[in-house]
Every structure is written in structure tokens, then in C-alpha cells.
Ligand binder design. Structure first.
Ligand code: MRU
Length: 373
């Protein structure tokens, strides 16, 4: 997508230096656009854990490139047991963030691809690079297709409203910054905007890390999509007053029964949408499904992060410097659950790269029949 009119993805190989992976360091947005070099497995683990990159799609792609960098490291260090070295690298990557299943999906895909290569380091480097590139390309392709399917929902509402603006609420950042390009929840919105359909996005600020206020608002602004940032507790009021036509969120892990884990606070938006009869859709690619679990509430691991993220807020100060400020009494403990689970019964439908389906096993398996057991 565009940054100051120039096209970027969130992750790429450094031109002329293919042993370096470059990412947009999201910690500095919206005030500074910083590109960061990643050259080692350890740097990749830090980048994911500390959320220099965040969002299911780009976490998966970064982990995949992390496996490639780990293979290069194995070669540099003259490691003879490359398979076990990479197994361990995969375990380190998987441990960085537990909820987004795309991370372990990407690592497992790398491990499966190299499984038959023994300790042939040249072949392993070639393969991990190819798989990482494939994962990144597929993420973009899935998001494009999610946009093509999801735009139909927006078109329908726009027609019903006689062409009046369609107001869409979204939570966190399931935009292009959270993917490799285009985004999941934002894909139908960007598609509609490009078709000339009038859309306006209510952007939940998304405490504690404010991915909505700092990332979604920024990327929508860069693409010229009208939007308004709202405190997280405003959505219910807007829905009661018919100021929201549709909710679209992203997803970090979905069960095959249609339960969905997404950024903390998503569940409350789904409840409010249900109470107000407002369609609540979740946009996700196949890589966000966990085909092994049926009950999101008891089986999806919920990441708990440093309470410091709740107690301190980071922002641009009047003197032009970016600082963190404490907003709680220093002695008060804080809890930082990073995700919650929205049960399938609150979800109107899932927007996937294969089409839109009800959040039910039948609906999901109708799109992914090969996953039926
Ligand atoms: O903690 P984050 O910022 O990684 O959480 C991200 C989200 O919850 C997104 O909505 C989700 O990853 C879908 S984005 C493709």
C-alpha cells in the first residue's frame, strides 16, 4: 500500500543484499516511518516479541524469513546438525507470541519443506528462502481475494442506503501493516474505496498499545480513506444510534467451529453489534485457522503481555520528542490480556480468500472441504 504516495510492503529482502530482511518498524508509527534490518534469528525473535512487527499475517511472514536467516546462520557457524538447529530455531520463533497461529503455521511449513533435505545446507537455504517468499506472496494474494469477496457486503449496504456513506467499525489493526500488504479487515474497505463507494471507518483506538489510533488511522489516511478515531468504549453508543452499518475485524486464530481470537476488546464489539442487529464480520486467510481445535474459549492460548504496556502510554510530546508517560499510580498493578475470543454465535460471517461463509463447521468446511475429517 502507499506511504507518502510510494508503494511498500511490510517485509522484503534488502535489494542487492539478500541476506538482510527489511521490515517496517511499527513501533515508531504514526510519527516516524522507520525501516529496520533483520539479519539474525535473534533479531527476528525480538522484532516479533517486542512488536516491531505485529499482526498475524506479517508475524507469519517474518517468522518464515526468520527460518531463512537461521539457515544462513547455520551455514556461517558451520553447524553440522542443521535439522535440529532449525527445529530449535522454530521453537524459539513459536514461543515469541502464542495466540496468532499463523506464526507456528509458517514455521511448520518451513520445517516440512526442509524435512527431506538432511543436512544439505545449500538446499536448505534455497528452500527456506523460496518458502518465505511464497508465504509472503500468498498472504498478499489472500488479502486481495478477501477484498474482492468482502466488498460485496459493503456494496450491498451502500445500495440499501441509496449510495450514502457506509460506516464501518474496525478494531486493532488488521490492515496492511498487520499483513504483508492490503490487510484482511481493511481489504474490503480499500476495495470499496477504490471502486468509488463512499465509506467511512470508525477506528477503535485499541488500548493498551493503540494499534487502531496509531496504525489503522495512519494507513487509512495514507490511502485517503475517511476515518475517525474513537475511544474503545464508544462503539456501543454509535451502534445504538445507527452510526455503524457494519463491523469488520481481523483474526489471530479461528477454530474450525468459527470461534475467533482477535485483539482484546473484539468480543465486546461483537456483543454490542449483536444487541443492535449490526452485521459483525471477521476477515481471515486460511493460515489463521487452527484445524485442530473446536472450542476457542478453552483451547486458544491467550497471550499475556507486560503490564507496563497498560501503565504507560507512548506519544509525541509538544517538544517534538516521542516519550512514554505513566498514567496509573506507580503502585497499581495492571493486567494485560492481549486477545479475547469471540464465540461463533456472535459472528455474522467469515470473509476468507475462498469466499464468505457462516461461522459454523458446515460453513467453514464448505469452503475448505479438504480439511474435513
Ligand atoms: O497484538 P497484535 O497487534 O499483533 O494484534 C493484532 C490483531 O489482533 C489483528 O487484528 C490480527 O492480527 C489480524 S491482522 C492480520
Amino acid at each position: 500500500m502507499l506511504v507518502h504516495g510510494k508503494h511498500y510492503r511490510t517485509i522484503w529482502l534488502k535489494p542487492e543484499e539478500p541476506t538482510v530482511v527489511q521490515v517496517i518498524d511499527q513501533r515508531h508509527l504514526p510519527h516516524q516511518f522507520v525501516i529496520k534490518d533483520l539479519t539474525t534469528l535473534e533479531e527476528v525473535c525480538v522484532a516479533i516479541q517486542q512488536m516491531h512487527v505485529r499482526g498475524a499475517g506479517v508475524i507469519g511472514a517474518t517468522a518464515a524469513f526468520g527460518m531463512y536467516l537461521a539457515s544462513l546462520e547455520a551455514q556461517k557457524k558451520g553447524i553440522s546438525q542443521v535439522q535440529s538447529f532449525l527445529q530449535e530455531a522454530g521453537n524459539l520463533l513459536k514461543a515469541t507470541r502464542p495466540t496468532a497461529v499463523t506464526l507456528s503455521w509458517a514455521v511448520n511449513r518451513q520445517l516440512a519443506a526442509i524435512a527431506s533435505l538432511g543436512n544439505d545446507i545449500e538446499a536448505i537455504i534455497d528452500t527456506t528462502l523460496t518458502v518465505a517468499k511464497d508465504i509472503a506472496e500468498e498472504d498478499v494474494d489472500c488479502c486481495r481475494r478477501i477484498g474482492q469477496h468482502g466488498v460485496q457486503i459493503i456494496e450491498q449496504i451502500s445500495r440499501k442506503k441509496g449510495g450514502d456513506t457506509v460506516n464501518i467499525l474496525t478494531h486493532c489493526n488488521a490492515g496492511w501493516l498487520g499483513c504483508v500488504d492490503i490487510g484482511t479487515a481493511t481489504a474490503p474497505i480499500y476495495h470499496a474505496h477504490n471502486l468509488g463507494i463512499s465509506v467511512h471507518v470508525w477506528v477503535d483506538e485499541t488500548r493498551p498499545r493503540n494499534q487502531g489510533a496509531s496504525l489503522t488511522a495512519w494507513e487509512l489516511g495514507q490511502q485517503g480513506v475517511p476515518h475517525t478515531v474513537i475511544p474503545d468504549n464508544t462503539g456501543g453508543h454509535l451502534m445504538q444510534h445507527r452510526m455503524v452499518d457494519l463491523v469488520i475485524t481481523g483474526c489471530d486464530r479461528a477454530t474450525y467451529t468459527g470461534d475467533v481470537a482477535n485483539k482484546i476488546g473484539t468480543y465486546l464489539k461483537a456483543l454490542a453489534a449483536k444487541d443492535n442487529n449490526i452485521p459483525f464480520y471477521v476477515a481471515l486467510p486460511y493460515s489463521a485457522f487452527d484445524w485442530d481445535i473446536a472450542d476457542g474459549l478453552t483451547q486458544i492460548p491467550i497471550e499475556q503481555r507486560d503490564p507496563r504496556e497498560v501503565k504507560y502510554v507512548r506519544g509525541l510530546c509538544a517538544d517534538g520528542l516521542i516519550r512514554e508517560v505513566l498514567i496509573t499510580p506507580p503502585f497499581s498493578p495492571a493486567a494485560n490480556y492481549a486477545f479475547d475470543v469471540t464465540p461463533a454465535r456472535l459472528i455474522t460471517g467469515l470473509i476468507t480468500e475462498r469466499g464468505i461463509c457462516p461461522a459454523t463447521p458446515e460453513g467453514i468446511f464448505s469452503l475448505y472441504p479438504e480439511k474435513r475429517r
